[in-house]
Design a protein around this ligand. Structure first.
Ligand SMILES: Nc1ncnc2c1ncn2[C@@H]1O[C@H](COP(=O)(O)OP(=O)(O)OP(=O)(O)O)[C@@H](O)[C@H]1O
Length: 131
């Protein structure tokens, strides 16, 4: 039933609470095992703190949260690809495994670039409003 469930379930979830528990297991695994996900979480938290200090407008908050969640979701997809590829090929070198992992990492890079652009476009005017 989700968090700390050791029943080795392979069938479908039967209740929302069960689905939610497994989703929280997934997030817990991301935070515990993925160093890059933790880094993005820290940067996202710092951006939120800066947004609070700079008193962003609702519109600016929308762009900032979109950018933060996009990076976290891209990192989530990257982790899924890595896990599935490792499940299929293990430690064997395979060109398609390389392509899948590199493309997934490229997706994270695109999301991070978008976040940098949004961060600059949102934060710079907000900083200038202080002067
Ligand atoms: N089985 C494989 N076959 C071919 N290339 C691979 C394989 N496994 C990994 N690679 C190459 O090594 C790189 C790093 O793979 P790895 O699974 O260690 O990702 P990672 O370092 O955890 O990535 P990230 O930094 O995104 O978390 C991949 O991007 C890919 O180029």
């Amino acid at each position: 039933m989700g968090l700390n469930d050791k029943s080795q379930q392979t069938g479908k979830n039967r209740a929302f609470r069960q689905s939610l528990g497994h989703a929280l297991d997934g997030l817990q695994a991301l935070v515990r095992t993925e160093r890059n996900f933790r880094k993005h979480l820290v940067v996202g938290t710092l951006a939120v703190l800066a947004g609070i200090i700079l008193q962003l407008t609702v519109n600016e908050w929308l762009w900032l949260t979109l950018a933060i969640f996009l990076v976290l979701i891209a990192e989530t997809l990257n982790t899924i690809v890595e896990a599935v590829v490792d499940l299929i090929v293990g430690q064997t070198y395979h060109e398609l495994a390389k392509r899948a992992k590199d493309v997934a990492a490229g997706g994270v890079l695109l999301a991070a670039a978008f976040a940098v652009v949004v961060g600059c476009l949102v934060m710079l005017p907000a900083i200038l409003r202080w002067f």
